[in-house]
Design a protein around this ligand. Sequence first.
Ligand code: SAH
Length: 552
Amino acid sequence: MSPLQPARTRSPGRVILVGAGPGSPDLITLRGVEALRCADVVLYDYLANPLLLEHCRADAERICLGRHGSERVWDQDRINRALVEEASRGRIVVRLKGGDPSIFGCAAQELAALIGAEIPFEVVPGVTAASAAAADAGIPITHREHASAVAFVTGREDRGKSTSSLDYAALAQFPGTLLLYMGTTTVESWSTALIAAGKPAETPVAIVRRASHPDAEVITTTLAEVAQVVRTPRPIRPPVIFVIGPVAALSERLVAPCRTEPEEAGSASSRSLIGRTVWVTRPEEQARDLIDSLRQLGARVLARPAIRCVPAPVGDTATRLLDEPCRFDWVVFNSANGVLAWFAGLERSGRDARWFATAKIATVGRGTAEALRRFGLIADLVPDRFDAERLAETLIEAEHGSLGGSRRALLIRGEQGRATLRERLSAAGWTVDESIAYRTEAVAEFGPDIVAPLDAGRIDWTTVTSPSIASSIAHLGVERLSRTRLVAISPLTAEALERHGLPVAAIASEASDEGLIAAMLDATARDAIADDASLDDRAPDGSAAGAPSTQR
Ligand code: SAH
């Protein structure tokens, strides 16, 4: 290119095939996330987790290629045409696929169309369902003593083909693990064909359904019985991977709770959440620390906010206050949301933390103080107990006997907040201004990512960190929420849950992330002691002492 030619401000259109999943939205490569961030348009199919679309720019177009069972799924020609058309318009097109694009992902057809149209492309690998299934089931698919090879096999037979496309004789002799995709509807035919071709009927088979989803299921059986297990007592529906071979018998699911010795229960070393699934309901931007701490303790975290924080409408008192110099003795934040919203307001009005001038700052709890610290400010006052009453008392005590008597305070809070603080301070003669910096909106509907594992009883703990979150999750219904354990961050939040008829399993003794986690760990340790006590009631053969033993 001649140096005099103007530089292109935009790259030409191209297509990026991105693999992700197959279930959890965390199983995507950094390169995949980068591709989603720069996409103008994303074409995604039903196997890709829709939560991945959160990485996209707000103005990116999202095209769903149909969902199984509910709408027509696009055929391959239509997908190929759309990829070519969108990229020809100069757009960056991401084709988001569940698992790895190159493994039963129709990558070849799509790439052929792109090559034909001379459209540049890139393939970003993903985690294929077989390796996700192996991880979930705890199956080492190439265990050195049992399998030195693996084969990815499709169980789907081409419609209209009279003879099978699979060479069962070769597969039966294959010296390693068979990983069978798309084999649920054809389970009878491939299992009998493998046995007829000489594969031992007692070969272990692991059926792994919805790998890497929180409600993943693993059932271990044999080649002779796999078809019956899939059909009865209740049919097992796709997506399923079948792991066929001796390694399938080694299935060790990590999801079984880590048992704690009773004498150790409560000691620091025994406190873990290994194998527990915890739903974090807080908006994600404020949930990072909680998520990190839970992951460090071994929990699987489902980060799906139950509320959204929206800044208060412009024209609110906040805008006026931000335009004037701060005239308050105290600025009080009642939540990290308020801190974020206030600083966003400062930024909008072209100001920074110097706006606070000599005002002192109080926060209701440590989490809020921590949010403030991120903006370079240290709270002057954080009460030892985290509620509005205690905050009011502490503020009044702190100013007791100060010159000039009554003080001026600005309370920055959410729309749903209570009036306690204002009332207490006013009663003590303070002049109080309030600014509603944000409001919270309930999430209207929870997706299958939450509903399915809740129904299956796979969410061990649900963290409830504010009364508005309590109201939002209440839409899921008492029956469903009785299958998880609700841990409340404060008595106030516990009351909100109880008002909705929801059972509270634990309440944090300190309204902070640490308090919340301690409450979960204490309850888990108590369970371990209870479990061991119930085992003590058993006779040496495992039957309950005193009870008649039943023959199965
Ligand atoms: N490209 C994908 C495979 C697509 S074919 C990949 O690399 O994983 C679709 C098949 O993948 C399904 O029929 C099922 O066999 C398997 N599959 C997809 N998601 C799965 C999941 N979460 N758990 C188990 N199997 C899954």
